[in-house]
Every structure is written in C-alpha cells, then in structure tokens.
Write a protein that binds this ligand. Structure first.
Ligand code: PLP
Length: 413
C-alpha cells in the first residue's frame, strides 16, 4: 500500500510542495518556539488575541463544569444546550439578521449551507479566490458552477446574463468573501449588490476575516457598508478573530429552519462542545464592550504602523483595511526561501503555496494582531526591507530579471 503513496509524497517533495506538521510551542500566542528557535508569530488569525482572553477562558471553564466536555449527540437529538441557543441569538443580533445557526467549523458551515440550500438545477457563480470550503460546498450541491476572475464585475455580470437568459437557471447564487483570506483585499460588495437590481440572484458572503476586524464593534464589512439587508446569507467562522472554533450562518428564520433539516454537516455531526459555544458567546459580547473596542483599536494601530513602514514594493493598492498582508513572490521555492530568510530574523511568516494559492502566486502571508507592539512591527519591517534588498539588488542594469517577477505590485487582475 505504502509504495504508491510514497511515490505521491516524493513528487510533492520534488516540487517543493510537501507540507509537514511542525510542533509549535507558545506561552502567549505571540512568541513561538519552533525547533527550539524563538520567533514572533506573524501567522495567526487570532487577530484580537481573544483565544487567551480571560473572559473567554472563564466562560469555557464554567461551561465545562456545568456541561462536561462533550455534547453527547447531534444538535437534533439531545445536543442543543441553552448556551448553543444563546450564542445563535447573539450572532443573529450581531450580524443584524433574523436568525443564525452554528456549525462545528466554518468549513462545515459552507458545505452544509451550499449543499443544503442549492439544487442541481441552480447556478452558483463564485469569485476565483473563494476559500476551498465554498468551492467544495458548491461542488457537493451538484449545481452548475461558474467562476469569475477575482473581483471582476464585468465578468460576473456576463455570467449572470448567461445564467438568466441562456442557461435559464432555476435559481442563481453569487458567492464571495468580504475580506479575501490569502490576499487581504475586499470584495466589491456594493457593486455586486447593485447587480441585484438587474438580475435575480441570492448573495452569500463569507465574513471569516472581516468579523472582529472591520465595521462598528467588529461586525464585519457588510455592516460597515450598510448592506446587511441586501446580503441574503452571511457566513463566518468563530475560529479567527473570535478566537474560538466553529462556524455560523446568519439569515432569515426560514433559511435557518430549513438548514436544520437539510445541512448534512449540521444534522449528521455531534453538536460542538457547550464550552466552545460559551467561549464564542463571551467573544461576541466582549466585542461590544469598551474593552473590545480598545483591543480592536490596537489592531488597527498595528495595521497603520506596519503600512507606513513596509517596503513600498510589497504594498498593494488593494490592501487597505484588512489585517492580512501578502508578500507576493511568485515561485514556490522563492516563497520558501523568503520564509527561511524571515525566520533567520526571528519572524515567523508562513509561505503559502499551491494549492492554497495558484502555482505562480506563492507568497508570504503576514497577519497583524492587536498583540503586536511597536518593536515587533519595526523588526518585521526591517526584515522585509532586507528581504527586498536581497530580492531586488539596486543595480543600474537589472540582469537578474527580478523586476519581471510577478511580485509586489502586479496583483490586481
Ligand atoms: C478559515 C476560513 C474558513 C473556515 O473556517 P474554519 O472555522 O477554520 O473551518 C472559511 N472561509 C474562509 C474565508 C476562511 O478563511
């Protein structure tokens, strides 16, 4: 048996695409120890540091005492505790929707929602950079899939035109993220919503990287743009800025009631532990307090400080407001050596490569958090300036051809 799989591993290794787990030790989430080297963590989605916040830890601990560790069965059997329902009410209010349903992960939310609501006579139109869970959910639904180039409104419109007039779809779904997970830019949500006046479609937006970061009290980009009523289905995860684990869908009561019956990842999966729900509830409450606001301000201060120090060449027009800063490098091996270069300067900046991003768009993905202070940001910026100098030596004649790399500024398409 192993022979065949060894061969697959060998091929991955040969292409520089082999991934391996490495043990990370950390006392605070910020200072990491990897293979006995001490590094600053620039790879976490725990944007507000809530995963270790005492309010969340206490809420989880108390729920552990009250409910135990596991929930015992699916939500539909005996797995729904009062805290699950409290959390769903809080999420619905936070997102400005009538109702919400929680799942064991963001991934399970996307597959459950798309497979549960979309039929095979439907058409799903996705942004090219949508997260794998949205693509997998779309495939599970067996609907006809179409993809538009990232944020390309003209192509989206022509696909809508095609779906309505030529394909005569029963129903059309447009799926996008509000903040894109690997590029850190934002969807053109207002323009997408405008298209609703000309084409009949339902809009699903994934706010995984916007909640806790953008909008009043961290309610997300949809709230910031005042588009809550226009976005039919809002999904998100509790595993990023909320610091816990689990996913959610917020929409109408009818949609939620239907999903309770149809979302297979909800129906056929054991309820998330009550302690997780209690911690997520504490996170959502915390975001709405003065303390939450002040933590969020620290994150934005880190984002602003870094934006003013990071090398111009690595800055991108589309990177405005998220905590995700990609350093586009192009080739897989270049991204891997850049990650090593940064690690030698005590910065843990993960290299992101195919299949998470396209083959020629490997990168470092830096995420800023509220816990990063001035000194750490200075250190990161200096390391990036050194990296830039190594990649783009200041020669009058550029013989290496580095400037032709699809690096730095050429992201928008
Ligand atoms: C991380 C992520 C998810 C998955 O959420 P999990 O809770 O980690 O399963 C879904 N969508 C996007 C855009 C993400 O970045």
């Amino acid at each position: 048996m192993n022979h065949e799989f060894d061969e697959q591993l060998r091929q991955l290794r040969q292409k520089g695409l082999m991934r391996q787990l490495r043990q990370v030790q950390t006392a605070d989430g910020l200072q990491l120890s990897i293979a006995r080297k001490d590094l600053i963590n620039w790879g976490s989605n725990d944007y507000l540091g809530l995963s270790r916040h005492p309010a969340l830890v206490d809420a989880a601990t108390e729920a552990l005492g009250q409910y135990g560790v596991g929930s015992g069965s699916s939500r539909l059997i005996t797995g729904t505790s009062p805290v699950h329902e409290e959390l769903e009410t809080a999420i619905a209010m936070f997102k400005g929707k009538e109702a919400a349903l929680t799942f064991s992960s963001g991934y399970a939310t996307a597959t459950g929602v798309l497979n549960g609501l979309v039929g095979k006579e439907d058409v799903i139109i996705l942004d090219k950079l949508c997260h794998a869970c949205l693509i997998d959910g779309a495939k599970l639904s067996r609907a006809t899939l179409r993809v538009f180039p990232h944020n390309h409104m003209g192509r989206l419109e022509s696909l809508l035109e095609w779906a309505v007039n030529e394909h005569q779809a029963r129903r059309i779904w447009v799926v996008t993220e509000s903040v894109f997970s690997m590029d850190g830019d934002t969807a053109h949500l207002s323009e997408i919503v405008e298209l609703k006046q000309r084409y009949p479609f339902l809009l699903l937006v994934d706010e995984a990287h916007a909640v806790g970061v953008l909008g009043h009290q961290g309610r997300g980009l949809i709230h910031q743009l005042r588009l809550t009523d226009e976005v039919d289905l809002i999904m998100g995860t509790m595993s990023k800025a909320l610091g816990v684990s689990g996913g959610y869908l917020a929409s109408t009561r009818t949609v939620v009631d239907l999903l309770v019956n149809r979302a297979r990842s909800f129906v056929y999966s054991t309820a998330p532990p009550p302690s997780m729900a209690a911690a997520a509830l504490a996170a959502i409450r915390l975001l709405q307090t003065a303390e939450g606001e002040s933590i969020r301000r620290s994150l934005h201060a880190a984002m602003d400080a870094f934006a003013s120090l990071a090398p111009e060449r690595f800055q991108r027009r589309s990177w405005k407001q998220s905590a995700i800063f990609p350093v586009l490098l192009g080739e897989t091996r270049l991204a891997l050596s850049a990650a090593k270069f940064m690690a030698a300067r005590r910065c843990f900046c993960p290299a992101i490569r195919y299949p998470t991003v396209p083959k020629d768009r490997a990168r470092l993905r830096i995420s800023l958090t509220a816990a990063h202070g001035k000194d750490q940001i200075d250190q990161l910026a200096s390391a990036l300036i050194e990296l830039e100098a190594t990649l783009f030596p200041a020669e009058p004649e550029n013989e290496s051809g580095w400037e032709d790399e699809p690096a730095a500024s050429s992201q928008e398409s």
